[in-house]
Design a protein around this ligand. Structure first.
Ligand SMILES: C[S@@+](CC[C@H](N)C(=O)[O-])C[C@H]1O[C@@H](n2cnc3c(N)ncnc32)[C@H](O)[C@@H]1O
Length: 243
């Protein structure tokens, strides 16, 4: 196992029989998100640049979804439920949010509970995008924002996301852009701020992983403080699962 694999092994507290229920996670990605869940949304809007990137990403992703009415949607790595909430507001029939970080899921529960107090139109589960505890072909739309940049084994994660998508359904992935000319700076900032691994992805690479998972990539767009590909820090791709 190399150093990167070792950093991303999914060993959750509830899978360690001797660990107390609230023991910190072994996985640094989960541990970092759990530790910052209480201030997550506020922290993201602290700097004008951070806020601009987050808003641009929100608009770009929603531009890829198309009409949401009546859809069964999976928000994979939902965090505090930012996108899951938009999908509910957009008229989705049912939204499932999954994440590895229990405290992020607590915040998502609070957000979605205000939008759907009966709780009938959403559910949340703690599961990894590498091995989703979900049925095959259960969703019309699968969306994952901000997760595959932190995980090793993106090909496996994308195959898993495609597995739970029905044929003809749409998948949307938003991640850190490998086309950005300031890639070194982006990686340095991530190391300095979170200490987490940051994988930057290029359009062709994402298209290849989607293709291997049975998905035809149809569209890519770029966003951040600029939409020009060379300066955009985020890439959003979408496609349809082949029948
Ligand atoms: C940058 S946040 C994005 C949250 C949300 N999608 C959004 O855009 O607001 C990344 C989220 O991915 C989750 N995450 C990281 N690795 C994951 C994995 N392997 N499976 C599920 N969730 C994961 C983290 O816990 C965190 O909540």
């Amino acid at each position: 196992m190399d150093a990167m694999d070792a950093m991303t092994v999914d060993t959750r507290a509830d899978e360690r029989p001797d660990a107390p229920a609230d023991a910190p996670a072994d996985d640094p990605v989960e541990r970092w998100h759990d530790a910052h869940a209480h201030e997550w949304d506020e922290r993201m809007y602290q700097s004008p640049v951070g806020a601009a990137i987050r808003e641009a990403e929100l608009r770009a992703v929603l531009d890829h979804t198309g009409p949401l009415t009546g859809l069964r949607v999976l928000d994979a790595a939902t965090g505090t439920g930012r996108f899951a909430g938009k999908f509910l507001e957009g008229g989705a029939k049912h939204v499932t949010g999954v994440d590895v970080a229990a405290k992020m899921l607590d915040r998502a529960r609070a957000r979605l509970g205000t939008l759907d107090p009966t709780g009938e139109r959403f559910d949340l589960a703690r599961t990894s995008i590498h091995e989703l505890d979900l049925e095959d072909a259960a969703f019309d739309l699968v969306c994952s924002v901000g997760a595959i940049e932190h995980v090793a084994g993106e090909k496996k994660a994308i195959a898993e996301l495609a597995r739970v998508l029905r044929p003809g359904g749409r998948i949307i992935l938003a991640t850190a852009s490998g086309h950005c000319v300031q890639r070194g700076l982006v990686r340095w900032l991530e190391r300095r701020i979170t200490g987490l691994p940051k994988h930057l992805h290029r359009r062709e690479e994402l298209a290849g992983w989607l293709d291997a998972a049975g998905v035809e990539m149809e569209r890519a767009s770029f966003c951040g403080v600029s939409r020009w590909r060379g300066l955009a820090v985020r890439i959003v791709v979408s496609g349809t699962k082949r029948a």
